[in-house]
Ligand binder design. Structure first.
Ligand SMILES: [Zn+2]
Length: 272
């Protein structure tokens, strides 16, 4: 998603917009959000965990703060012609120079947008940034770190992987896939994982994320890339959304269960 945004938005000036659902704007108010963005130009995009940060520059080249986005379950950012008919679930429209629009569409309305004013650190406004654990590709996210954080924990490993304080950016799909690759059941308690299984889980997390990024991002049914087209990671999933279908390794039917309010998918033969 970040790469998609950085491919198309830099250099475009925000000329105005429309907030169709006020609570889609987490900060400041809807009017202040549009006023803060208008006139600024988008440049680089950064990502931390599941948060996206679009860097803004004011007309006099001074910093213009950031446009912050968290898509949550069903949020989508679309890059399109402003004349494109407005979708039922369209929540925010941002009109950019040269006849472009960055449109935020969200069916379940859990996603949020922020305007971070210049001179203010993003985590002061987007407070969720403060609690994030290390990025999966950071050196700080090591096997030793996992051992230290999980060694005495009695919660299921799937819940730990979804906890953004342990590691940032792993969602439901990635967690299920990484657990399959490492041969660990979602319900396995963290303190039951020995060094070998932690090592396998650590590599599996990086493997799943690498595969997904290379194939165009988190693009299962609820996520779209920047042009609103589904990516192709869904086609290569081992277990996610495959309940009842044969395991691609051993042909056992994939099991689905509810865990921490989310579905977990696993193979009872390949995962222990
Ligand atoms: Zn299997």
């Amino acid at each position: 998603m970040r790469r998609g945004l950085e491919r198309v938005t830099p250099g475009h000036r925000l000329e105005g917009g429309q907030v169709l659902l006020a609570r889609a704007i987490a900060h400041p108010t809807a009017d202040e959000f549009l006023a803060g963005l208008t006139g600024a130009t988008l440049s680089d995009w950064h990502r931390r965990g599941k948060y996206l940060l679009g860097q803004l520059t004011q007309p006099d080249d001074s910093p213009g703060g950031y446009l912050g986005v968290h898509l949550r379950m069903t949020g989508q950012l679309l890059w399109l012609d402003p004349k494109t008919p407005v979708q039922t679930h369209c929540r925010v429209r941002l009109w950019l120079s040269d006849n472009h629009e960055l449109r935020y569409v969200d069916q379940r309305t859990f996603g949020r947008l922020w305007w971070v004013p210049p001179g203010v650190a993003p985590e002061v406004i987007m407070t969720g940034l403060k609690a994030l654990g290390p990025e999966p590709f950071d050196e700080a996210f090591s096997v030793a770190y996992l051992r230290q954080r999980l060694g005495r924990s009695r919660r299921p490993i799937k819940n730990a992987l979804l906890d953004q304080r342990l590691v940032a950016g792993i969602g439901n799909i990635y967690a299920d896939e990484a657990l399959f690759i490492s041969g660990v059941r979602p319900l396995t308690l963290c303190d039951r994982l020995g060094p070998k299984r932690l090592q396998r889980l650590h590599s599996a997390i990086r493997e799943v994320l690498t595969t997904s990024i290379e194939s165009g991002g988190t693009t299962f049914s609820d996520y779209r890339d920047i042009y609103g087209v589904n990516g192709n990671y869904g086609g290569v999933a081992w277990v996610y959304d495959r309940e009842g279908l044969p395991c691609k390794v051993c042909a056992t039917a994939i099991t689905r269960l509810k865990l921490a309010g989310r579905s977990a998918h696993y193979c009872s033969q390949c995962q222990r």
